[in-house]
Design a binder for this molecule. Sequence first.
Ligand SMILES: [Zn+2]
Length: 453
Amino acid sequence: MGKRQRKRNRERRSEIILFPDRHNPLLQITIATSTPAEMRQLCTSYWSFEQPGKWTYPARSLRLPSGQAANLVAARYCQTLALTLLCPVCKDPFSVSSRQELVTKAPWCPDRYPRTPEVLRNPCPECQQSVRDARLQEQQARQEAEEARRAQDARRAEEAAEHARRDEALIRSKVPGIFAEFDQYVSRSVPKGSMPAAEFLLLTAIFEACSVGSAPAMAELPLGWTGAPEADKGVLLALLNATAILPASDTPIESFRVDNVDGQPIVVLGQPDLIRWRVGSTRDRVRAYLHDLETTYAADPELVNDVAHEVRTMDTLLLMEYIDGTLAIRYDYPPVPEHRLYELASVLGQALAHGYTYGQVLAMCWGAIASAVAWRVRTPGVTDSQGSSAAVTNLVSRVDRVRMNRSSVPEYATPTWLDVPPAVKPARQALTRLSVRATPVQSSAGLPVDTLE
Ligand SMILES: [Zn+2]
């Protein structure tokens, strides 16, 4: 039964009295007609007043003959509405049970008690309760949703774990067969055709790396095969697509995953960086193939140039590692600033292209760093980062000066702390072999034949 309905039912069997009078009522009291006369009388006296601020009878003078206090009787036998005090939510008049309660709602004095309906700041107890109920419901709903979500997450995690267990079992059962197929392929395959310089050099490096066991996975090589890991990944993929290389049998099981193809689960290589490598044919055939490739390359100046360019790129990247490493290890300086890296790579590439060996350019880098550090130490206000940047400036002028003066440059050895990517040495050796076998036309074309190791 709603609030209004209850009120109507109550009024039907009740007497309603308005105070101070029925023309300008401020309080309305409702007393059930079944209430004994002395109680009705006491309630009426209790709430009676002529104007706010003064009750007709002082509370302590009002008692039942039994001694019961009037406020208790009034609270029990009548409902009192403060007609001009409205709830901000339901807009109904406030219900009060005693004089004390009334004066907590509005100032009980003639000039301040509201004579016309006024909305109070706080909601009535019923509205407060419904706000609390709504909040409670909301909280419960949130809790339930949260629990449902957690249960769903747990279910999903369980499903995923079950899925992973099934996949792993499938992978473990299929992988030996996959490697057996590779073995069969390797024993039958005869490599043919040419390939770009980058692939040729990486295949050469992998061939040498797996003279014992298998060649390392990308994940094991912090600088990749050549110093440019991202580019290496593309070259490895091209070699794999050409079946020039294949996954070695000690490739970890984690690099495989299960794919669904037309609803059928099949085991595929899912983590290329974890794959260890072998060559895609027998070692004898690959050796012969690489020899034939070198013959093809040696006969074509453009191809030799391509190889020389690849080797210069590897040397350039290695020299950049050397410069940053020396700045950090010897001097505790930051690396060369990003905005100077392009310039640095250009000057290194040019020096190498002009015929200076890797060891000679290394010596020039060492000198450029040493004088940049000396400048930084004797110049006030220069930061370490500016010192690192000055090494590039020095190197540019040093390379220019050495070329102009045709001065002799010593050759420095690679320091032991510098990690040399595994393709660098075999690539330099391959270039040397090609340069020796190349026709004189290429030598006079400016290739740094006599300066290579
Ligand atoms: Zn209300």
